[in-house]
Design a protein around this ligand. Structure first.
Ligand SMILES: [Fe+2]
Length: 355
């Protein structure tokens, strides 16, 4: 840790881990009860929000945060309107009202950098993570500063996004398919919408500008468009803000080779080789077979080389700090992205968000 910053509260110490200024770490200088922390969060909105605006993320470490309800009490202390409905691609389970498991995807899967729900018109402002159980190895939730990513991405790619935006296409099986995991699909549309009522599905889709195309027995294609960049509502900074990394077939394969270089394990090599092969099959079988697909807003493909260069920019800026059980991370979702590195051993990371 280095470079302590000042705080008006004597018992909260602020510092950074190593050279990076992402996140700023808050630690208790003396033993404190959870109630004292939630009180502090409630009463010192200006101070922590200012840090969040500047640095993009705050890590609370060393506080007595033992379970999901403790975590939820911090979320409530922010006095934000909290989310309880998730329109994303990842399989998630609700733990308590505003707290979900971060992802039920298998341990060896990588999750590429993304801003939470950036494919929606109104993505969450703040994102909260809690390490109920940190994994033995790996399993970091790496972060990047999306304002820096925006500056660094190839100007030719940015120009195309500026002009056309980004188009997403997701395909979901319906209730007739009972398997939770298939090779390319992560969840069913009824799990995502939380209902099998088609008029409700239509209503939610209209609110989110989702175009629905039904096919097969009860399968669904959802198409929608976003600008690809976002201006921070308060700071007015511009950030890279899209799901190209999690939707493009090339991103996962680039990611697993980066992970192999980082983790240097037989498993990560196996995953990289297998995914390289699967991606080749995916490329040959064409985009119609993909569960998720992303293009420029005019339908033009984002090429594999363009995607590789985007992945390189992300990895140049990637900050991966190992979790400690009890950690709580607050992320400004308009400035900072997150992902997940593969892990071993039991791991339980919980998530919540503000609307
Ligand atoms: Fe996420």
């Amino acid at each position: 840790m280095s470079q302590a910053t000042t705080t008006a509260t004597k018992w909260i110490r602020k510092s950074f881990i190593g050279e990076t200024k992402l996140p700023v770490v808050y630690e208790p200088a003396e033993e404190k009860e959870l109630l004292e922390l939630t009180d502090w969060v409630k009463k010192n909105q200006k101070e922590w929000r200012e840090d969040l605006k500047n640095y993009g993320a705050i890590l609370f470490r060393g506080f007595p945060i033992h379970e999901a309800t403790d975590f939820q009490s911090i979320l409530l202390a922010t006095e934000e309107k909290l989310g309880e409905f998730y329109l994303g691609t990842s399989p998630r389970d609700q733990v308590v009202k505003h707290v979900f498991t971060a992802s039920e995807l298998p341990a060896h899967y990588p999750i590429m950098q993304h801003a939470e729900m950036s494919f929606l018109d109104n993505p969450p402002k703040l994102l909260f993570f809690y390490a109920e159980k940190a994994s033995e190895t790996g399993g970091e939730t790496p972060l990047t500063d999306l304002r820096e990513i925006y500056k660094d991405v190839d100007p030719k790619i940015k120009e195309k996004i500026e002009k056309h935006g980004i188009r997403y296409r997701r395909r979901y099986d319906g209730p007739s398919n009972k398997a939770r995991f298939s090779l390319w699909k992560t969840k069913r549309w009824d799990e995502m919408f939380g209902t099998t009522d088609l008029s409700e599905v239509k209503k939610i889709s209209d609110e989110n500008r989702f175009q629905l195309d039904w096919f097969g027995i009860d399968s669904l294609t959802i198409t929608n468009e976003q600008s690809g960049f976002r201006i921070h509502p308060e700071a007015k900074t511009k950030a890279w803000h899209n799901h190209s990394q999690t939707f493009h077939y090339q991103a996962a394969v680039s990611e697993v080779w980066k992970i192999f270089k980082r983790q240097k394990t037989f498993r990560s090599l196996g995953v990289a080789l297998l995914l390289t092969l699967l991606t080749l099959i995916k490329r040959i079988s064409g985009e119609k077979s993909h569960d998720v697909h992303v293009t420029y807003g005019n339908g033009e493909e984002i090429t594999a080389n363009e995607m590789k260069s985007i992945t390189n920019v992300f990895w140049k800026h990637l900050v991966a700090i190992p979790w400690q059980t009890g950690d709580v991370l607050i992320i400004d979702n308009f400035s900072v992205s997150h992902g997940r590195l593969p892990f071993t051993g039991p791991r339980r990371i919980l998530v919540g968000w503000s609307e």
